[in-house]
Design a binder for this molecule. Sequence first.
Ligand SMILES: [Zn+2]
Ligand SMILES: [Zn+2]
Length: 323
Amino acid sequence: MDCDKCDREAVMHAAYSGSHLCDAHFAETVERRVRSRIRDDNLLPRSATPDDPETWVIGLSGGKDSVVLTHILDETFAEDPRIEMIALTIHEGIEGYRDESVAACEELAADLDLRHEIVSYAEEFGVRMDDVVEDDPENMAACAYCGVFRRDLLSRYAEEFGADKLLTGHNLDDEAQTALMNFFEGDVAQMAKHYDASLGPFGDGPDARTEGDDFVPRAKPLRDVPEKEVALYAHLADLPAHITECPHASEAYRGEIGDLLLGLEENHPGARHSIMAGYEELAAMAAERYGDSGERETKECEECGATTTRDRCRKCSLLDALA
Ligand SMILES: [Zn+2]
Ligand SMILES: [Zn+2]
């Protein structure tokens, strides 16, 4: 099969759009979708100037999503004096897995000549995920601890580096999974937390519900690109992405929803896109209903000062339980 736009051989077929594309034209469409998302979500405000640039902190895990996002942002904005980019990598203390992905992050940052910061659970919290999994004082999935710690460090360091936005590599499949999980759990208030009037749906998934720590606005410029296409882009561009899954990954429910979505998409191409279109509209309505109207009182954590609805934030309670 030939490419729709030239006479080279197609490397991909997207059932939802009916397009067949060669490697070059495929890469171009991925990049174009990321750029239009940045424009539509107004991630680069008019107020940004070379004298007062916009600072973007990019969560760089070394997996294909964040590596592709970082690569495209660099291709697009490396020469733009209105934007400063900083890659932030979090080392969770997972033997083998994280050391390799940190190496992938370092290689990419060096290739792109990008400022790169690494922070670790060991140095920040005195814990490593391998030990947390072993202890498991709260009898939870590993990802539940890890998500709390990761969000804390991402928000804290994004603020410390003066970020105007925190950009993460969530793709279309991640976002559609989160949307469906919120639907199936009947959690409309949670949808409100995934919406920002200027940025559209954001947030960090269903386990982000405990703390109101989103001081630095989140953005997800890859959220229109399906996971398979992100993987293909990383492969074709020969990017140093680390592809092994985390050995502690145990989000069973998310996996179940992911399988359901892939089945839906196969029989009804475009299902993920239409789920997200509906979700964005509902999230906006939910934000109006539940938004920052101060319905839930927030205070400062007595231990670390983070914004929380309780006396101690979730992170500090988990660290206490692990001590
Ligand atoms: Zn072509
Ligand atoms: Zn705290």
